[in-house]
Each structure stands twice: as structure tokens, then as C-alpha cells.
Design a protein around this ligand. Structure first.
Ligand code: HEC
Ligand code: HEC
Length: 327
């Protein structure tokens, strides 16, 4: 009898130890990011530049050039109702404890950014560009979180996102799995440009959809419609085809991304040049070098012309009728 009691006790102790061990490993796999000066600076560069987080996560003044956050609203979140999606809310990612990210752990932050799982375990809607951020290197991810912890906390109570059932199903089937990501070869301009184009999610706007997914045949060939407080425009073809931006040189490209002007023509501020302008010349040159390597796609899009039906991207945009079905 005594023996049996002992055995049960021992079993209990083992179970407790295993349990503690389990919690310990769970705990250590929860990432924590040491705030260093280098991370703070790199994080600011990524957030305020290529990743343009605040264009989506703030109430933006669309009438000022470059679509900047309204004063005191940087990172405080916004309801997407004004962009035609009444069920979607970009949350407050400032360090406010009650209404923002102040109480989220680094692990929760990191999972949301790169894996699309919210702090509450919910699968996030894919306008949050986690499919692109999943390529973000471990070190850059740490930097982004460290920087966001340093911005001004803003109290801003917002409703919660309520994703329609059908979309929830789709998201459940398309969850990214993220392994550790090492930094790209920063000394190779094309590789660095590709990495920046991914973090900037250029393709998310410049590649039109077909059957609910981006149409790879038309990668970076433009045509997607954007209608909102900035006006109504279609994205440009940024492939090196004569119908795209083959005529650009480096200087014209840098000027377009810095000023939102292509020569005398101004770009609508939904094109996030107000954020991209914060990138260094070297990074903008790297982006241009990468765009030069894209497969040229024949597809004319001209926002200065009246919209007509396009058989290629199936939207109605300027010069649409001049396009022919892809062979
Ligand atoms: C194109 C718009 C867009 C951009 C750019 C964007 N986000 Fe988001 N983000 C959203 C939307 C919309 C949601 C809400 C999705 C939902 O509720 O399902 C979201 C959700 C999040 C969440 C989830 C918070 C939670 O509830 O746990 C975090 C964290 C986040 N974004 C951080 C970032 C960071 C950091 C960046 C830049 C590196 C960024 N986002 C860039 C639109 C964007
Ligand atoms: C939020 C959507 C969005 C994202 C992200 C985006 N763009 Fe754009 N872009 C647009 C729209 C819309 C236009 C057309 C604007 C207009 O004609 O007023 C445009 C226009 C441009 C033009 C001007 C082409 C021309 O001469 O007409 C260039 C160049 C460009 N984008 C490059 C890029 C690059 C490079 C990236 C990534 C670093 C990027 N865009 C990311 C929406 C976007």
C-alpha cells in the first residue's frame, strides 16, 4: 500500500516536472527583443519607409501630399469603413496599454506581423500584408517591434474587426508558416531591391487579381482599381515593358518615389510615396535595379485617359481597350 502511494507520488512529481518543462520551453520560444540603438534606428527606417505601416494604421490626411497621419494619430489605428470595408479595423499599434499594443508581448507582436495571427489568436485579414512580411528577416522583425514600442502612445478606442464567414474560411486555408528568416545579401543590389519590394508589398497593389488570388501572368503589370478619399485610380504597369516603365531611368524613378511626380504628372497619394521617400538613394536604386529584372508584361494603363474595358486585367481603366488578350 505504502509502495503504491509512493509510486503515485512519484508519478505526480514527474507529471509536474514535465508540465513545468513544457511551460519553460513554451516560455523560451516566446521571442523577446532586446531594445538596442541599432534596432531602434533600423525599425524606424522600415516602419516609416518601405513597410509604410502608418499609412494603414492611422487616420490619414489624404488631402496633404504623401498621405501622412493626422497630427497625434500616428499608429493609433483606423476604421476601414471609409475605404469601403465596414467590417475591417486596422488596430492601434502604439504602446497605449488599454487601447493599443502596450500590453502585447513581443511574441504576440511578432506573430501578428509575420504570421498573420493577432494578439488574441485570431487569423488576421490579409490586407495586413503578412504574406509579404513573412519574408522579413528575424533581425528586421525585432527592429520593427523595438521601434513601435518607442512611439508616442495614443489612446484611441476602436471597434474590433469582424471578418465575414466566407473569408474566414479562406484565411484558415491560407495560413503562412514561418521558419526563421536570415537577412538577404545586402551587398547585392538586386537581392536587396527584391527584399525591399517585398517589405513594401509593391506587388499587393501592382499585380491584379484573378479568381481571388494575384494573377502571376500579370505580376507587377498594374490595373488594380483603388477608389477612396484619394480619388479613383488604377495601379501602373511597373515592369520593364514599353507599355510599363521601360522609359524610366534611375533619376526619374527616384524622383517619382520621393516626390509623387513623374515629370509634371502627379501620382495619387494611395501610392505610398509619402513613405517611400524616406528611403535612402541606395535603397531606391536597389529597388529600381530589381524592377529592371522583372519579366516585361505588355499592359497599358493610363490614369490620364478615360476608362475603357481591358480584356487583359478585366478592369475598366485608361487605355484598357488598347490591350489585347495575352497569348
Ligand atoms: C495595407 C495596409 C496595412 C499595412 C501596410 C500594415 N498593416 Fe498591420 N494591419 C492592417 C489591418 C487592416 C489589420 C487588421 C486585420 C484584422 O483585424 O483582421 C492589421 C493588423 C495588424 C496587427 C495585429 C494586431 C493584433 O490585433 O494583434 C499588427 C501587430 C500590425 N497590423 C502591425 C503592422 C506593422 C508593424 C506594419 C508595418 C511593418 C503593418 N501592420 C502594416 C493593415 C496594414
Ligand atoms: C497601396 C497600393 C500601392 C503600393 C503598395 C505601391 N503602389 Fe505604386 N502605385 C499605386 C497606384 C494606385 C499608382 C497609380 C497612381 C496614379 O496614377 O495616380 C501607382 C503608381 C506607381 C508608379 C508610377 C508609374 C507611372 O509612371 O505612372 C511607380 C513607379 C510605382 N507606383 C512604383 C511602386 C513601387 C516600386 C512600389 C513598392 C516599393 C509601389 N509602387 C507600391 C499603388 C501602390
Amino acid at each position: 500500500m505504502k509502495m503504491k502511494n509512493h509510486a503515485i507520488k512519484l508519478l505526480f512529481v514527474i507529471l509536474v516536472l514535465v508540465g513545468v518543462g513544457f511551460w519553460a520551453t513554451r516560455g523560451s520560444s516566446g521571442r523577446r527583443f532586446e531594445p538596442t540603438a541599432a534596432r531602434l534606428e533600423r525599425g524606424r527606417y522600415l516602419v516609416e519607409g518601405p513597410a509604410h505601416c502608418f499609412e494603414c494604421h492611422s487616420e490619414v490626411d489624404w488631402d496633404t501630399p504623401g498621405a501622412q497621419p493626422k497630427p497625434g494619430k500616428k499608429g493609433a489605428g483606423v476604421e476601414f469603413a471609409k475605404y469601403g470595408m465596414p467590417w475591417l479595423v486596422a488596430p492601434n499599434i502604439t504602446p497605449d496599454v488599454e487601447t493599443g499594443a502596450g500590453a502585447w508581448t513581443d511574441e504576440q507582436f511578432a506573430r501578428a506581423i509575420r504570421e498573420g495571427i493577432g494578439h488574441d489568436g485570431r487569423r488576421l485579414f490579409s490586407i495586413m500584408p503578412y504574406q509579404y512580411f513573412r519574408e522579413m528577416s528575424d533581425e528586421d522583425l525585432a527592429s520593427v517591434v523595438v521601434y513601435l514600442r518607442s512611439i508616442e502612445p495614443v489612446r484611441n478606442v476602436l471597434p474590433k474587426t469582424n471578418i465575414p464567414e466566407q473569408m474566414k474560411q479562406f484565411l484558415a486555408e491560407h495560413q503562412p508558416i514561418v521558419e526563421p528568416v536570415s537577412s538577404p545579401d545586402m551587398s547585392n543590389p538586386v537581392a536587396r531591391g527584391k527584399y525591399l519590394v517585398t517589405l513594401a508589398s509593391c506587388a499587393s497593389c501592382h499585380t491584379p487579381f484573378k479568381d481571388f488570388a494575384h494573377d502571376d501572368e500579370l505580376a507587377f503589370a498594374g490595373g488594380m482599381s483603388f477608389k477612396g478619399p484619394w480619388g479613383h485610380v488604377h495601379t501602373a504597369n511597373i515592369t520593364p515593358d514599353p507599355s510599363g516603365i521601360s522609359y524610366y531611368d534611375e533619376a526619374l524613378f527616384i524622383n517619382a518615389l520621393r516626390t509623387g511626380h513623374v515629370g509634371a504628372r502627379s501620382l495619387k497619394s494611395i501610392m505610398p510615396w509619402g513613405y517611400f521617400r524616406n528611403m535612402t538613394d541606395d535603397d531606391l536604386k536597389a529597388i529600381f535595379a530589381y524592377l529592371r529584372t522583372l519579366r516585361p508584361v505588355q499592359h497599358r494603363v493610363d490614369n490620364t485617359e478615360p476608362p475603357t474595358d481591358c480584356p487583359v486585367c478585366r478592369a475598366k481603366h485608361g487605355y484598357g481597350e488598347m490591350n489585347r488578350h495575352l497569348p
